[in-house]
Design a protein around this ligand. Structure first.
Ligand SMILES: [Zn+2]
Length: 127
């Protein structure tokens, strides 16, 4: 029995369990239609309030968030824009995987050509 943590929704699940597959699919269905994982919403709120109060909150937040969460927030922003521009909801998983890989390569500087080629097919939804 192997467990996995989903990079997109954060769920820890047993990939061979039908019950877990159903739960996982239900979560992704909601995310695909525009909902966001709680940690993404929490990040946006913390960032928004820190900027709104402008009292050093951004400095205090500095060590509280990991780079993976940063990439996820960016990827969900891209998905939100793509949704507004008519992307197919069924593309959610492949879109997010490709765009998280693209974010990885932008941060690391490795394989940028390869990962940017992989997101090309959704380019028309980025405008
Ligand atoms: Zn997931």
């Amino acid at each position: 029995m192997s467990t996995a943590t989903c990079r997109i929704c954060g769920l820890l699940y047993v990939s061979s369990l039908v019950e877990d597959q159903k739960t996982h699919a239900a979560i992704h269905k909601k995310l695909a239609s525009g909902s966001q994982p709680q940690k993404v919403r929490d990040f946006s709120k913390a960032f928004g309030w820190a900027v709104a109060h402008n009292d050093g909150g951004l400095e205090r937040m500095k060590d509280q968030h990991d780079p993976e969460l940063g990439k996820l927030v960016v990827a969900f922003s891209w998905w939100s824009r793509a949704l507004s521009n008519g992307v197919q909801v069924k593309d959610f998983d492949s879109y997010m995987e490709a765009h998280l890989a693209f974010a990885d390569s932008l941060v690391s500087g490795i394989d940028v050509d390869k990962t940017s080629a992989a997101i090309k097919k959704w380019e028309r939804f980025a405008g």
